[in-house]
Design a protein around this ligand. Structure first.
Ligand SMILES: [Zn+2]
Ligand SMILES: [Zn+2]
Length: 423
């Protein structure tokens, strides 16, 4: 970071904001543009997200699904639009307050301020999801550039990151099983043991052969339907989820191409879909459910401790599928979800341990959201090769490419070049 800041001071410190932030406009015109010029692009940003419930329930569409979709759209649109408008406008504010551009007040602090103000206004759902997504990006940057041996190992060895994912997955699923708030979502929910014997037993053609139930008339698993149906339904659901996710991702990436030539949609969807991601999702839930059912069928006394261990074993083994799709974003998402779950679960102990911080008076989202947003904005501009492609695309959309214009102008002043390939 020091090398960059060394170049920054002599080259960019004394620039005016109409030389680099809003060329050809004054600050007020730029502020108005920040809130009007980004409306349409924020719609583009949020639309694929809002379409996910519709794609997931395409065969059972009803009023509730459309309402759910609409609410997602409103919450996320307002969040993206406000954070983007306030973040961009705060750049001028800090330039006026400081009189010059400082390395951190040029983007990181204004972006953080925009996120901080927004975190008091936008919906709970939007700020939690945005904060979670941004924390994931921030952690992913650590894997990509971190100097610690562990980060180097994770980015260079497929086997190491798979083993780490297996351990993390078991930790996460255990935490999820112990957590009773119902606030956390993961790929699949951990199963709990049945607390009472069931009078009936539904036959499973496949599982009955692999693991015959010891005492018939007893249903050991904590799920509805037979084990076969339960496993198959999971696979079917995750296949649809994977394809839906890929369609949403391609919609974001190929918006303008599809608008210009709608026929390209077939080419994009069928030739470019990432089947490894779909395979990972299907394998993940398939292996988890299979091992869990297989183990539960042996736990005829419905022992809670055995069930906990079964959950850990099943989630450890299902993590093996990560080898097929060792994606750093999924890995980072797992780490951030673990922190959230264990923070909630051990909140009382953490509070006692950190007595000197008045944690009960602080809503962590107002701290985390500005910090991570400021950090990833800074990284995106000054270290663009570290920013994940999806982050760049989403920042282009939420700012209507103003981030790219600012980025280009800075790099021209700092290094005298326009690195188009990094945009
Ligand atoms: Zn300005
Ligand atoms: Zn079962």
């Amino acid at each position: 970071m020091t090398t960059h800041s060394k170049y920054f001071y002599p080259a960019a410190k004394h620039l005016r904001c109409d030389e680099v932030i809003h060329i050809g406009k004054n600050c007020w015109e730029s502020t108005i543009w920040n809130f009007t010029g980004t409306i349409l692009s924020c719609v583009k940003f949020v639309l694929p997200l809002a379409l996910i419930p519709i794609i997931m329930k395409i065969r059972n569409l009803n009023k509730d699904v459309f309402m759910q979709s609409f609410r997602i759209f409103v919450d996320f649109f307002f969040g993206a639009w406000l954070v983007s408008g306030l973040g961009l406008s705060s750049i001028c504010l800090f330039r006026r307050i400081c009189g010059v551009f400082y390395y951190y007040t040029v983007l990181a602090v204004p972006a953080g301020l925009g996120a901080f103000i927004s975190s008091w206004i936008i919906s709970e759902r939007a700020k939690h999801h945005y904060a979670h997504g941004l924390s994931t990006v921030a952690f992913q940057v650590s894997i990509t550039r971190g100097d610690f041996y562990i980060f180097k190992l994770l980015r260079n060895s497929r086997l190491a990151i798979t083993i780490a994912f297996m351990a993390l997955n078991a930790t996460l699923m255990h935490g999820l099983r112990e957590n009773h708030t119902g606030r956390f979502y993961w790929l699949t929910q951990p199963l709990k043991s049945k607390t009472e014997y069931h009078e009936f037993y539904e036959e499973s053609a496949v599982m009955d052969k692999i693991s015959p139930i010891v005492r018939s008339q007893i249903k050991c698993c904590a799920h509805e339907d037979s084990c076969d149906t339960f496993i198959f339904n999971g696979i079917k659901k995750f296949f649809k989820f994977g394809v839906g996710l890929e369609i949403a991702r391609h919609l974001i990436y190929n918006y303008s191409r599809i608008l210009r030539n709608p026929l390209i949609i077939f080419n994009v969807f069928f030739k470019q879909l990432n089947w490894n991601l779909v395979l990972f999702l299907v394998g993940y839930v398939g292996v988890y459910r299979f091992i869990y059912c297989w183990r539960s069928r042996r736990n005829i006394y419905l022992c809670e401790e055995t069930s906990k261990k079964d959950n850990q074993l099943a989630s450890l083994m299902s993590g093996l599928v990560f080898y097929l799709y060792p994606d750093q974003s999924i890995f980072s998402h797992t780490v951030i979800t673990i922190i959230e779950i264990y923070w909630t679960h051990y909140y009382e102990q953490i509070k006692t341990f950190l007595k000197w911080i008045p944690l009960e008076k602080i809503n962590m989202i107002h701290v985390v959201f500005p910090l991570v947003f400021g950090y990833v904005t800074h990284i995106r501009t000054f270290y663009p090769y570290l920013a994940p492609a999806i982050q760049k695309k989403l920042m282009h959309l939420s700012t209507n490419y103003k981030d790219a214009a600012i980025f280009t102008a800075y790099h021209k002043f700092l290094f005298g070049l326009t690195p188009q390939f990094l945009l």
